[in-house]
Design a protein around this ligand. Structure first.
Ligand SMILES: *Cc1c(COP(=O)(O)O)cnc(C)c1O
Length: 392
């Protein structure tokens, strides 16, 4: 019996150590991590380049608050802005805080720049979205578990079907300040919108003077084979929301990144965070940006992703109904006649592969991008074996 609240239902594995794509429990049993903390561990557990920077910063200074400047934050902001091809960074800690920040910035921009009448701003969001767990964010979720008994909710949001540009165009009006979307919906099961959709959203937002806000907290920073999922359609949003992998699997680091004409609307005292932009976070985040600049991780995601794709294709009809795969990221729909996603993940764990289900019969495969090809193929072998067990 532990004293933990019941807001999670973990698989029965107690991890004590990790290295690269592997984690180890107290008895020394090794498991292949095919979740990578929802992409927060894209660069692997205890990536040596990142832990070296963290150790060095731990021995200098770790937290001063934004009441004073610190010498790690400016260079991190410069590097991250450059990676995003824009000029301003607002550092926070968790993904949900980045989303909340994006919403506040969009509203302030709407009133101060677009000149929407006071209290009238609306933001269009997508069905099936996942943007975090705060009361405002669950206000525009359509997942009953995320919402039930947590109202009253924050007004000012309207939902349209993800991937439907006509529905989006119809819902935008003179008071719309932003369209907020995940370029690929991770929690929904790695849902990829139709080709050209992100470009159409970009064009619509530009034409209607509406901000395009891309929540790349899970899809960004290498996972899809490009630095950002928006890159796949050559689209630059007005605001990037980043988190997860930005902290290198070491500390929570999130950020909102955009142009000065948008992020510049905030004035001192209007927004902040005690921990946001702390020297340890900035040092680690800066190293993450340096690692992404080489393109090495994006390439690994592409190459290993193609291998994963070929292996999964063989399993369609053998217990898998369908799957979606982008970079090293797959949402796999298990035949619901055969098992739930949870049952498949339990059987995978018994075979030393850790993965996570989502929405009944879907499982996700998103290992650290440093995974070895042989280990990735071994993981698919285990999935094939589980499906064979279930079919027997
Ligand atoms: C995980 C996630 C969030 C929330 O991030 P937290 O750090 O858990 O608050 C927001 N958006 C997307 C797309 C995510 O995957």
């Amino acid at each position: 019996m532990t004293h933990l609240a019941h807001n999670y239902h973990p698989l029965p594995v107690i991890i004590g150590a990790g290295e690269g794509a592997w984690v180890t429990d107290g008895e020394g049993t090794r498991y292949l991590d095919c979740l990578a903390a929802y992409s927060a561990v894209n660069f692997g557990h205890r990536n040596p380049q990142l832990t070296a920077v963290a150790h060095e910063q731990l021995d200098r200074v770790t937290l001063v608050s934004r009441a004073f400047e610190n010498d790690a934050l400016g260079p991190f902001a410069d590097a991250l802005a450059e990676l995003c091809g824009t000029d301003m960074v607002l550092p926070m800690n968790t993904g949900a805080e980045a989303v909340e920040t994006g919403i506040k910035v969009a509203r302030a921009w709407g009133y101060r720049v677009k000149e929407v009448a006071a209290e009238q701003a609306n933001i269009v969001v997508m069905s099936g979205n996942f943007h975090g767990r705060t009361t405002t964010i669950v206000s525009f979720s359509d997942d009953a578990d995320a919402r039930t008994d947590f109202g009253p909710f924050t007004p000012g949001f309207r939902t349209v079907p993800f991937g439907d540009i006509g529905a989006l165009a119809a819902s935008v009006d003179a008071n719309t300040v932003a369209v907020l979307l995940e370029p690929i919906q991770g929690e929904a099961g790695v849902i990829v919108p139709p080709e050209g959709y992100l470009r159409a959203v970009r064009e619509l937002c530009t034409a209607q003077n509406v901000l395009m806000i891309a929540d790349e907290i899970q899809s960004g920073l290498g996972r899809t084979g490009t630095t950002f999922a928006c890159d796949r359609e050559g689209v630059a949003p007005d605001l990037y929301l980043l988190g997860k992998a930005l902290g290198g699997g070491i500390v929570p680091v999130s950020a909102v990144v955009g142009s000065e004409s948008v992020l510049g609307v905030l004035q001192p005292g209007e927004h902040g965070s005690t921990f946001g932009g702390n020297p340890l976070a900035a040092a680690v985040g800066h190293e993450v940006v340096r690692m992404l600049r080489t393109g090495e991780f994006q390439k690994r995601a592409r190459v290993l992703g193609d291998i994963l794709d070929a292996r999964l294709a063989d399993l369609v009809g053998a217990g898998i109904v369908a799957y979606r795969r982008v970079g090293l990221w797959a949402g796999i729909d298990i035949d619901p006649q055969l098992a739930t996603g949870r049952e498949v993940c339990e059987r995978l764990a018994a075979r030393r592969v850790l993965a996570k289900d989502t929405h009944d019969s879907t499982i996700r495969i998103a290992p650290p991008l440093v995974i070895e090809q042989a280990d990735l193929e071994w993981a698919v072998d285990q999935l094939a074996a589980v499906l064979a067990e279930l079919r027997a």
